[in-house]
Design a protein around this ligand. Structure first.
Ligand SMILES: NC(=O)c1ccc[n+]([C@@H]2O[C@H](COP(=O)([O-])OP(=O)(O)OC[C@H]3O[C@@H](n4cnc5c(N)ncnc54)[C@H](OP(=O)(O)O)[C@@H]3O)[C@@H](O)[C@H]2O)c1
Length: 323
């Protein structure tokens, strides 16, 4: 029987337990994939803890890459033996996964399985944030929080590619180095420096066109102080905890700024949009224009350690689980 990480009760990383699960068969519109690597994402921790509700028991993991072992009767365009990657699957912390064929993206020959598993969820997120939520314009100055994280390193690169001046925040010297290598023009150690004062100083008081914030509770108030008039706060996550109740009048006081709380699924709204973003991410990787950093690889059975490291702020770039 195949193995998977099964969550039977919500809680800390210790609830991630390896177990045998029933072998799967794809439905008419589905494919069965042998998982080469599963991506670890912050959303997996929210689902594990119960901050995001998922019916129990469940196998975590939205993302992965692997080789198709069986296809449903209605599936066209994907065959047994094809390599695919996905960012919107469920049950990916597993040796085998069944997912809708529509979510299985063919992996280009120039991208290996581990990079494919590392590319999509965080890559598509960075893509929609800089291309669509607030489309970065040449010459903009933007602020990227947790700039050495999984989404962060990709955001820095994609914002730079669009001509921005990028300010990144990080907690350590190692992370500062990585953010600079990704292209950040300025890096603020927001655990020891006041990022509001430093951002104002760097922008000569003008503020930034956009803040891309996946950190949430600890940065939100400061974000409102560093936006330029009519700037955009893209609050896309909560690694430090969720932002509490909020008076919209504060957006006025901050300079008629815009606040949005976007999520990936709404930016992959049509097959065309999905194909466009995936194409741009894989093309950039193949061309060497977008560098992936796999900051940690763990055996599937060690999913607990991966979550402890991610929530313990000890990681950089992408974490993978290898079945
Ligand atoms: N809305 C969407 O569509 C979408 C999609 C993907 C991800 N996300 C969100 O994006 C964020 C980043 O996800 P990721 O998977 O790439 O994770 P990550 O950025 O690799 O890891 C989280 C980082 O947040 C920073 N952080 C600041 N305060 C923290 C705290 N109290 N505890 C833990 N970490 C803290 C840490 O960087 P420093 O040590 O440098 O501070 C840490 O490394 C998450 O909030 C996630 O939910 C949203």
């Amino acid at each position: 029987m195949p193995k998977a990480i099964v969550v039977t009760e919500n809680g800390g990383p210790e609830v991630l337990a390896l177990a045998e699960v029933d072998a799967k068969t794809p439905g008419p519109d589905e494919v069965l994939v042998r998982v080469a690597a599963a991506g670890v994402n912050y959303i997996d921790t929210y689902q594990r803890s119960g901050a995001y509700k998922v019916p129990l028991p469940f196998v975590p993991g939205k993302e992965g890459a692997g080789t198709v072992e069986a296809v449903g009767s209605s599936v066209t365009g994907i065959a047994v033996g094809d390599r695919v990657a996905w960012a919107q699957g469920n049950d990916s912390y597993a040796e085998q996964v069944v997912l809708p064929a529509a979510w299985a993206a063919p992996v280009p020959a120039g991208v290996n399985d581990h990079d494919a598993a590392a590319a999509l969820l965080q890559g598509l997120t960075a893509h929609y944030l800089v291309a669509s939520t607030y489309p970065v314009q040449e010459g903009d100055t933007v602020l990227v929080h947790a700039a050495a994280g999984g989404v962060g390193l990709l955001l820095v690169q994609l914002a730079k590619a669009r001509g921005a001046r990028v300010i990144g925040t990080v907690s350590t010297g190692e992370k500062e180095q990585l953010a600079r290598e990704a292209g950040a023009d300025e890096v603020i150690r927001y655990t020891s420096e006041d990022f509001v004062a430093r951002t104002k100083e760097i922008t000569d008081g003008a503020g930034v066109a956009a803040v891309y914030d996946g950190v949430g509770a600890s940065t939100f108030d400061g974000d409102l102080q560093v936006l330029r008039q009519r700037g955009v706060l893209a609050l896309f996550g909560a690694s430090s905890g969720p932002v509490g109740p909020f008076d919209p009048q504060r957006l006025n006081a901050a300079g008629s700024v815009f606040l949005t709380r976007p999520t990936l699924a709404h930016y992959l709204a049509t097959p065309e949009e999905n194909a466009w973003r995936i194409g741009e991410i894989f093309d950039a990787i193949v061309a060497g224009a977008l560098k992936l950093r796999i900051g940690g690889q763990y055996p599937l059975a060690d999913a607990r350690t991966a979550h402890e490291d991610l929530e313990g702020r000890r990681t950089t770039g992408k974490l993978l689980l290898i079945p």
